[in-house]
Unconditional design. Structure first.
Length: 259
């Protein structure tokens, strides 16, 4: 697929997925513009040869050189390159975009807000976990009952180079004897945090399944972006311990992506 065709597929998918949040995004050249000064930028994934990888940056204040941009990459599966790209954008929307929309809206609809005691000075916003693959109920249940971020705090602390905002992506899963755990901070792999995630007791089953989740760490009193839509009574939930139904947001709608 030609680069311009890839771009068109990704941008159309972004427009469709952002509409699921009730906000309108439109293609405008190299970016997909949203309400106010928000936008989603697309860049070519290094070395991509039809593998279905996308690199998307959620821009919080388009036009400001020092404005935070939440970059993340995602991969999707499918029979064609278009299907792969489409599924990659869906994965990004389910986890990463949900978290950024919650940062912008503070409604409590798309993510959970808490202050991890192990990361003093930072507020966390965690979006839903996407769990996919075969027999994923055990891993989904573990994520619904556990909050892995505090266990990674010591390894994460020196990696938080953004003064106001840092994006943390967790990817874990596989199967017993063939598992993987990776943590990326602002798009870069953190070996120490990845090792800490691998050491946790999340279930390794006999069949392949994986989970992906995204957390934004916001400096106390830091970035305060304008909401993408108005809300009469914004909801901000602040919790200190995981609870099923609040921090236990797990979406299994993408479980067929690996089948």
């Amino acid at each position: 697929m030609r680069p311009q065709d890839r771009m068109a597929v990704i941008q159309r998918s972004v427009v469709r997925e952002m509409a699921q949040f009730g906000v309108e995004f439109t293609v405008d050249g190299e970016v997909v513009r949203g309400p106010g000064s928000t936008a989603v930028a697309v860049r070519e994934h290094p070395g991509d040869g039809g593998s279905g990888h996308v690199d998307l940056g959620f821009v919080l204040d388009l036009g400001r050189a020092d404005a935070p941009v939440v970059w993340d990459c995602a991969a999707g599966l499918g029979k064609t390159e278009e299907e792969k790209l489409d599924n990659a954008v869906k994965m990004w929307a389910t986890t990463t975009a949900s978290t950024v929309v919650e940062l912008l809206e503070h409604r409590g609809e798309h993510g959970d807000h808490y202050r991890p005691a192990e990361l003093a000075g930072w507020q966390a916003i965690q979006g839903p976990a996407a769990v996919f693959g075969f027999g994923n109920e055990q891993l989904a249940g573990w994520l619904a009952d556990h909050q892995p971020l505090p266990a990674l705090a010591e390894a994460l602390r020196p990696e938080l180079t953004g003064p106001q905002l840092n994006g943390v992506k967790l990817f874990l899963g596989g199967r017993a004897g063939d598992d993987i755990a990776e943590v990326r901070v602002n798009g870069e792999v953190s070996e120490a945090a990845s090792a800490a995630l691998h050491a946790l007791d999340w279930p390794r089953g006999e069949r392949f399944c994986w989970a992906r989740l995204f957390v934004l760490l916001v400096a106390e009193g830091g970035v305060q972006p304008a909401p993408v839509r108005s809300a009469p009574e914004p909801v901000l939930r602040t919790v200190t311990a995981p609870r099923r139904g609040l921090l236990g947001r797990v979406r299994q709608a993408l479980r067929s992506a690996r089948r």
